[in-house]
Write a protein that binds this ligand. Structure first.
Ligand code: NAD
Length: 257
């Protein structure tokens, strides 16, 4: 198994893309550390299920990544970090002049500042073990913009910039840093928006998906969380050892438009 002996910390991984990546990396043999800000039985049960089904040492560590000290503590509590996947994220949509300051601050803290904190805590561990991969889940919105998403677009562009800096600072070490930039990915969050949108526009499911949700995604197909886990697995491979400081779009052609 490709990732046996490696430990991966995946932030924001009790649902969606992070959880899909955790499953995929565990199936590839990695010991995964799941995380979110909650500390529910379900969170720990997810880790237990991954451990049971993959035979790896999956565990769950609670940390609220809007708090820099907790972001660092997540990595320190894990104790080892070969692969760091910065994935946690939230969204808020509003025009700039109406954008709530608290939402701006939360998005910046969870999606940009936490990447700084976890990376700062993880790099010494990667250096100590002589190998490391930093994988930041950015977005097509890390490369292009949409109206009403000022904080999200700014944070994701920031993550792409941060990725390049980490790559340059580790360029002569066996550590790489890259950003994956998904377009629309089928997650429970996206799935849950379909019924309301169908009602709002009086459209059937297929039309909502094609003409509303995937309007900017030329392939007219969602990426899957497992595909993103596959891309992360590739970035962890020896074949990807010279890929650093770049972005990998998984967006069905969105950013080619
Ligand atoms: P999601 O809501 O299913 O997952 C977000 C995760 O972040 C959850 O586990 C949540 O608990 C966690 N999280 C939120 N606030 C947190 C906090 N304060 N501390 C710790 N964890 C916190 O959404 P998703 O679609 O899986 O998104 C995951 C990442 O992928 C995000 O960074 C998002 O911006 C990015 N992304 C998603 C899509 C998409 O279409 N779904 C597209 C491009 C990029």
């Amino acid at each position: 198994m490709a990732l046996q002996g490696k430990t991966a910390i995946i932030t924001g991984s009790n649902s969606g893309i992070g959880l899909g990546m955790a499953w995929r990396l565990a199936r590839e043999g990695a010991d995964v550390v799941l995380n979110s800000y909650t500390d529910n039985e379900d969170d720990h049960a997810l880790a237990a299920q991954i451990a049971k089904e993959t035979g790896t040492a999956a565990r769950y560590i609670q940390a609220d990544l809007s708090n820099g000290a907790q972001a660092r503590a997540l990595v320190e509590q894990a104790g080892v970090c070969d692969i760091l996947i910065n994935n946690a994220g939230i969204q808020h949509v509003a025009p700039i002049d109406e954008f709530p300051v608290a939402k701006w601050d939360a998005i910046m803290a969870i999606m940009l500042s936490s990447v700084f904190h976890t990376t700062a805590a993880a790099l010494p561990m990667m250096r100590a073990s002589g190998w490391g991969r930093v994988i930041n889940v950015a977005s097509a919105h890390g490369l292009t913009a949409s109206p009403f998403k000022s904080a999200y677009v700014a944070a994701k562009h920031g993550v792409v910039g941060m990725t390049k800096v980490v790559a340059l600072e580790t360029a002569q070490e066996p550590i790489t840093a890259n950003a994956i930039c998904p377009g629309y990915v089928m997650t429970p969050l996206v799935e849950s928006q379909i019924p309301d949108t169908m009602e709002k526009y009086s459209m059937d499911r297929e039309t909502v998906i094609r003409d509303v949700m995937l309007q900017r995604q030329p392939s007219k197909e969602f990426a899957t969380t497992d595909q993103l886990g596959g891309v992360a697995t590739f970035l962890c491979s020896d074949d990807a050892a010279q890929i650093t400081g770049t972005t990998l779009s998984v967006d069905g052609g969105w950013t080619a438009l």
